[in-house]
Design a protein around this ligand. Structure first.
Ligand code: AMP
Length: 170
């Protein structure tokens, strides 16, 4: 099973010059999805995890699946004003301007061992912001894992000091 066969490149989406890594063909195939879950679990090894934090929105697909397999809970990190209870937020820089991510303040307990997951590591700004959110709540970031890493964008430089791993590199 070659997982890369199930990742589709979409040129110029969402804007000119971007090659979007589309994981919907992977999600549409049960065997490929199972294989991707196994690959993500292998990245973690046997490190104990108390909760998986997934990043809106494509981080929710595999985030919940790996949480199930790790026998732990899943915690969503969302764009502003989506989560209903009290939230903690973190701003981060985009190419132009700034964005904000939020997490439920009571979602993580002091000392919880957290696995952060997203579909794609690009420039790393998003994952870095989520690491900060987890730490603001007293959690320990055990690993950040990704299905896909766009190595030419050097996102892991922003994740220095964290364990960052990916299944597929481009
Ligand atoms: P970054 O903060 O630059 O690492 O961007 C990561 C976020 O943007 C992730 O949530 C990805 O889902 C999304 N993303 C960035 N670049 C791409 C891409 N080329 N294809 C698909 N998703 C992307």
């Amino acid at each position: 099973m070659q997982l890369s066969d199930y990742i589709r490149d979409i040129q110029d989406f969402p804007k000119p010059g971007i090659v979007f890594k589309d994981i919907t063909p992977l999600l549409a195939n049960a065997e490929a999805t199972k294989s991707a879950v196994e690959a993500l679990l292998n990245l973690n090894g046997n490190q104990p995890i108390d909760a998986v934090v997934g990043i809106e929105s494509r981080g929710f697909f595999f985030g919940t699946l790996i949480a199930q397999r790790l026998n732990c809970g899943f915690i969503p990190v969302r764009k502003p004003n989506k989560l209903p209870a009290a939230t903690t937020s973190q701003s981060y820089k985009l190419e132009y301007g700034e964005d904000i991510l939020e997490i439920h303040t009571n979602a993580i307990k002091m000392g919880d061992r957290i696995l952060i997951h997203d579909d794609v590591l690009a420039t790393g700004g998003t994952a870095e912001a989520v690491c900060k959110l987890v730490e603001k709540l007293g959690g320990e970031v055990v690993q950040c894992n990704f299905l896909i890493e766009l190595t030419f964008l050097e996102g892991r430089r922003k994740l220095k000091g964290y364990q960052a791993k990916s299944v597929l590199s481009y």
